[in-house]
Write a protein that binds this ligand. Structure first.
Ligand SMILES: N[C@@H](CCC(=O)N[C@@H](CS)C(=O)NCC(=O)O)C(=O)O
Length: 265
């Protein structure tokens, strides 16, 4: 089974997490954004469907042993859940929350992290080379200022969109923190796909390290530039941030990262 990913992406972590929980063996083929579309097209020319977050050729893509393709992280989590002793979807509210998280919190945390990465191209390059060593990272290195400039415009949408996403993340973190007050899990009394999706949606703003459960390499916290580092420190102390980190610590299990290594300092 093949999982095509952007390795440091939160939607991709959703898929890896669920597959790891189900104990399913798969090979991960990781790419950088942009290169990932070509790889997805190669493995699944028909593509999936586009949505609020992505194009038809987005990652994660899971190609099953019989050749069938799952083209969305939620479909992969659902598929993995069906192979577990206990379902990750005990009640319909779980899938509804997963959908809500996909369309808002996850979208805006992603925009925020890309905004900061494009403002600090060397951090982006270290992240890339730790996860996708080789030609894609060399190409990024050769075109770094241009990629950072265009990426900030196209993927982030410029300053106004970046600032708006920062505000929305603040609001969402406050809202979810209130929801989590006095609860151990988002729905009911057990870990569900909602907690898994939530922890992944929060990932860009709490930066769980591999040693804290994340299934690829993120940059070490003490090498993050001052402004995002300050935000990460604040978010980590909120109930939402603590919940995300606890889900990684208690429910992620151990993942052996197949290749790459800790980013250079
Ligand atoms: N709804 C999709 C969203 C996936 C998504 O946005 N993937 C991004 C990486 S974070 C991607 O591959 N983007 C490239 C593209 O959309 O072409 C899912 O949950 O799998």
């Amino acid at each position: 089974m093949l999982l095509v990913t952007i390795r440091f992406s939160h939607f991709n972590e959703k898929a890896r997490w669920a597959l790891d929980l189900a104990g399913v063996a798969y090979e991960e083929e990781g790419h950088l954004p942009g290169f990932s579309n070509r790889a997805v097209k190669r493995h699944n020319p028909a593509g999936g469907s586009s949505d609020k977050a992505s194009s038809r050729y987005s990652t994660p893509l899971l190609v099953l042993d019989d050749g069938a393709a799952l083209t969305d992280s939620s479909a992969i989590v659902r598929w993995a859940s069906e192979r577990m002793g206990e379902t990750l979807y005990p009640v319909p509210a779980v899938a509804e929350l997963e959908h809500e998280l996909h369309d808002r919190l996850a979208l805006h945390t992603r925009r925020v992290v890309y905004g900061y990465l494009f403002k600090s191209p060397m951090t982006l390059l270290r992240l890339a080379s730790a996860n996708v060593p080789g030609p894609e990272t060399w190409a990024l290195a050769a075109t770094l200022p241009l990629v950072a400039h265009q990426g900030y415009r196209r993927m982030v949408g410029g300053d106004e969109a970046f600032e708006r996403s920062l505000r929305i993340v603040d609001e969402e973190v406050a809202r979810w923190s209130a929801h989590l007050d006095g609860r151990d899990y988002l729905v009911g009394e057990q870990f569900t796909a909602a907690d898994l999706a939530f922890a992944c949606a929060m990932m860009p703003v709490v930066m769980p390290q591999h040693s804290e459960g994340f299934g690829a390499h993120l940059v070490p916290l003490d090498t993050v530039p001052a402004e995002p580092a300050g935000r990460i420190a604040v978010y980590r102390e909120t109930l939402a941030g603590k919940h995300a980190l606890r889900m990684f610590a208690e429910h992620r299990g151990t993942r052996v990262v197949p290749y790459g290594g800790e980013p250079e300092r």
